[in-house]
Each structure stands twice: as structure tokens, then as C-alpha cells.
Design a protein around this ligand. Sequence first.
Ligand SMILES: Cc1cc2nc3c(=O)[nH]c(=O)nc-3n(C[C@H](O)[C@H](O)[C@H](O)COP(=O)(O)O)c2cc1C
Length: 330
Amino acid sequence: MFDACVIRHRRFVPARFCAPMAGYTHSAFRRLVAELGGCGALWTEMLAARQILNENFDTSPWLRRPPHAPPLVYQLMVRAGDPLDRILARLAAHGADALDLNLACDALSVRAQQAGSALFDNLAALRTVLASARRHWPGLLTAKLRLGSRRPDWQPRLAERLRLLEDEGADALVLHPRFFEDKFRRTARFECIAWAASRTRLPVIASGDLHGPEHVHARADSLQAACAVMIGRMAIVRPWLFAGWDRPVTVDLPEIWRTMCRYIREDFPPPVAYRRIQMFTKYFAANFAFGHPFHAAVANAPSLGEVIRRAEDFFSRSPAPVAEPVVAGL
Ligand SMILES: Cc1cc2nc3c(=O)[nH]c(=O)nc-3n(C[C@H](O)[C@H](O)[C@H](O)COP(=O)(O)O)c2cc1C
């Protein structure tokens, strides 16, 4: 199903995917997106590969999939030496649709484990991981990357890694066209999507600063080479974004917040639920003209009960929505 998506959309009718976001694209959020009309595919947040061996697929908010959900791509934080034979066999036994390797995360804790951007940097380790993943995973295999480090030879370095992905049998790649050092500064370098696509036969999925149909349309020239677009932060703000791509949809914002809150409470123990609801609210508040005080009130609430009370207080004042939420800086 996901394979069909990628290949069918080789021309510029991009498929729309929901990006992996650590702390956000958990089972409760995936259930909400599915119920609001779905999307081309959902990515899990980055999962420590070894942890897959210990998690319960029926109850884990990281692994579990809601019924009737769009295809789910499991994104792994992996390093050479991880027992991918056992890890991928377990994913396959639980019917995972697809697998994505994170080569993009530049967080110190991830680099310290030789994963994410450190794996991107280490060509030999990357080859080992890709070969092992391909050997033990017959399904769709993708990798998510940035442009690499900002250095004069970034283009040949990236081209080398694209070749490696091809040679080792990856099926597609996701490119967030920023350097590691950029973090989320500046806008994504859209022109690099076409450049990367010209260096590989693999379908390229574009990620970064694509906030909806208008953004994608406005950047159509740069995105022509992409087979699909992937949306991260704006999908947390507007979980109905994918369903409303081609047609207007009417949403009840307070009701969506309450539903997300309920699903999070069903899937997480109370202390974690409290934090996850605060995190969701940080993005969701961007839907409102005076969303910042709403976010601040929830962020400072001393308990889950108080989070809910403060949110209901905000909603009771019929807050004005904004037509175009902004995620820059979030
Ligand atoms: C809070 C946060 C968490 C993220 N977690 C992940 C992650 O777990 N794995 C990953 O590959 N990318 C992660 N990303 C990057 C997004 O997938 C995406 O590439 C990036 O946000 C750019 O897309 P956007 O402008 O649509 O948000 C994260 C981004 C944010 C803001």
C-alpha cells in the first residue's frame, strides 16, 4: 500500500505523509489523525531499535497502531551492532508496514550512541547498518536525512550517501534540506531537493517548512522532483491538515483538543500524559489569535487536572482562531 503510494506519485501529485516527531507522533496522535481523515502514511517518532525487543506491541504508545489507521512507518534510531535480525523479525511479526532509518537527528544523546547524524557521518557503519537492514527486512525501507554538515564538500558527501542507499537497496529517502548545524533556523533549502533527486534513482520525499497545500503549490518548481511531501509541526497544529488538503473542512478546535487529551490519557500513565498534553498544546495553541497565553497557562499548570481546567477556561471565552497558524520558532 505504501509502496504503491510512493511509486504512483512519481509525478507531481505528491503523496502527503505525517513526519516523525519525538514526543508527538505517538499512538494517541496517530489515532486522532486517522479519525480526522488520515493521511498517506504516518511515521512513528524515532524509536531506539533495541527497545523494540522489549516493548509490548498491544500497549506501547510508541509501537501500537489504531485500527483502520493509515500505513505506519516505524522509524528506528539504530547503530552498527544492533541485533537487527531479531529487531526486524519482531517488527515483521507484528505486521509493520515499513521501516525508516534515522540519519538526521543531531542531538548529543543520539550522536553519543553512534546513531542519527553520527551514522550519516560514518560511512562504514552506515553501510553495515543498511546491508543488515536490507538483509532482514523485505518490506519498504527508507532513510531520513538532512544535507549533512555545512562544509565545502557537503555535496559530494551527500551524493556518496545517496549512492550507498541505492547500492544497499533502500526504496526511498526522506530529505529535510537543512544542514545539521541549521537546526530549525532559516527556511529549508528547497532547491536542494531537486539537486538530490538528480543524484539518485530513489524517490525523494521532501520534509521541512511545508505547511499546507498553498506552501507546496508555491514551491512546486523546487518540489517537482519529489514524490511526496512530509509535514511535521503543522500536522501537530492541524491534525486534520491532510484530510482537508483538497477541500475545506470545518473543525471544532476545543473538541479536537479534548479528544487528543482523552486519547493521551488512555495511552499514557498520568505523569507522562500530563507532559504529553502540555507538549501537544504548545503546537495546538498556534490555531488561536491569543494562543500564546493559552500555551503558557497550560505549560505552567501544576497538575493534569489544572491543565484541563485552564484549557476549558480558555475555550469558554470562545477564542478567535487564526486563518494561518505559524510554526516558525516552535
Ligand atoms: C519536536 C520535534 C521532534 C522531531 N522528532 C523527529 C524524529 O523523531 N525523527 C525525525 O526523523 N525527525 C524528527 N523531527 C524532524 C521532523 O520530522 C521534520 O523533518 C522537521 O520538523 C521539518 O518539517 P516541518 O517543517 O514540517 O516541521 C522532529 C522535529 C521536531 C520539531
